[in-house]
Structure formats: C-alpha cells, structure tokens
Design a protein around this ligand. Sequence first.
Ligand code: ATP
Length: 280
Amino acid sequence: MVKSPTPTLSSPRSGAATGRVELRKVSVAFGAEAVLSNVDLTVEAGEFVCVIGPSGSGKSTALNLIAGLLTPASGEVLVSGEPVREPGAERGVVFQNYSLFPWKTALDNVAFGPRMQGNSRAEARRAAFVWLEKVGLSAYASRFPATLSGGMQQRVAIARALINRPAVLLMDEPFGALDAQTRALMQELLLDLWSNSRCTVFFVTHDVEEALILADRVIVLSASPGRILLDLPVRLPRPRPSDVFAYQAFNCAKMTCLKLIRQESRLAFDAPEVVQCFPR
Ligand SMILES: Nc1ncnc2c1ncn2[C@@H]1O[C@H](COP(=O)(O)OP(=O)(O)OP(=O)(O)O)[C@@H](O)[C@H]1O
C-alpha cells in the first residue's frame, strides 16, 4: 500500500477530540426484551477493542449506541467526554454489508464525507484518491461498487470512514463475509491504517482469533441480556508476529474466550423461549 501524505481538508474533528468511549451503566431493551444490562465500559483513546459474545448478546447494539443510531433506556454513552445523541463524522462506521452508495464510483464514495463537510468537489476527490491509494485501490477509482469484489468494497468503506479522520472507528463484523485469505489481508491493512491514525477502534466480531490478532483488549459479552463477562488485555507484541497462532499467550486467551462463549451460547440455546417453541 502506498503511504501518501493526506491532503488537508476542513473537518469537524478538532485536535482536542480524544476518542475516549464510555458506556456508563447502560441498559437497552427492545419492547420486553432486555438486550444490554447495566454495562460499564471505558475504551481509552487510541485503544483497539474487540467485542465478542454469543449471537444476540448485544454486540451490534453496543456499537449502534456509540454510533448514535440508538439511545439507551438508561445510562449514558460518552465519546471524547461528550454525550452521544446522534451520528457524527467523528465516529466512522463500517458494517459487514459494505453499505457503499451503489450509484457513486469508489472515488465519489470516499469523497462523500469531505463533500458533506463543505470541501470543494476537486479537494474532496483529491483527498479521496489519496485514501484509495492507501487501501491499494487507486486503479479502481472510477469503478462502481457492484463491479468490485467484497474485499475491495470493504477497503472503499474503510477509506470512506477514515478520510473523515474519525476519533472513533466502529466496525461491525466488517470482514465476516470475506474468505479467509482476504480476511487476513484486510486485518493487516486495518492494523497498518490504525497504527498510522491511532483512532480508537471498537470492533465487533464472532471470530475469537480475529479478536486476538487485532485487539489490545477483548471484551466478552454474556448471553442476553448482554453484560461484560470478561475484559481481557491481549498481551501479545505489536506488530503481531506472523506465527502469533503458535504463542502460548494467544492460545490460552483463545481457549478462555471460546470456553466462555460456548457456555453462554449454550445458555442462550437452552433459554426458556427456545424450549417453549419446541415443547417436548
Ligand atoms: N431494532 C431492533 N428491534 C428489536 N429488536 C432488536 C433490534 N436490534 C436488535 N434487536 C434484538 O436485540 C438482541 C441483540 O441484538 P444484537 O444484534 O445487538 O446482537 P449481536 O450480539 O450483535 O448478535 P449477532 O452476533 O447475531 O449479530 C437480539 O435479540 C436482536 O433480535
């Protein structure tokens, strides 16, 4: 990937934005269903945190709270010390289903944020091109999303989020639909971009190995309603060595997480609602 200097654009992010994320006694319910219960979590500025847990444990809900797409029933969500009330450019979001504008080229997808912030079309496109270079896609600038592979679309989505220089990058299973090889390359690319930007990353995944490859800390949520079962510091060197899978610390952490998730998945699977659907 080309390491180009990023052109200066007007942006809502001030130098003071720290990217610290705080969930304070946060609970969320959808109707009668409690989804998150009394969650307290602080992610320090610049930290890379991965959230794992059984299906339905509220991982995406937590991410949506930080994104400003949801409000908690009780408790508070703060980013850089400010309460989150709505989405904002200082919090970039990348979802699993690429969510690019299908009618815009790769270049114009990436240029979208700077345009919204009042930059001229030429300035926005210049900056977008640099970001496409950073994710190795400058040759595909004029292509529409439908003509790009899944991995390429996710690279465009990451560039589109990072061009706004977000204090916090929120990623909801961004590599979940990719094949193993592409996924590994995307993980490397993300770590490379993060080590240069040093924004805070809140990354939701189902994949324990992915969490351990990427994160400074891994948060394990319980079965619904989600609460924090484990807050595990990942004591592995950075950059992660290519043989990290062979490290004892990696495998101990992996087994600890897998065991917890399996227990919790079993609880969710045997929950009364499920049994009621299939009476014996
Ligand atoms: N907008 C919504 N309206 C009603 N229920 C919702 C809504 N969003 C999520 N839920 C419910 O909240 C619970 C938690 O969902 P969430 O997507 O946060 O879990 P998750 O841990 O990310 O799950 P998965 O790993 O399967 O993606 C689920 O039971 C889900 O059905």
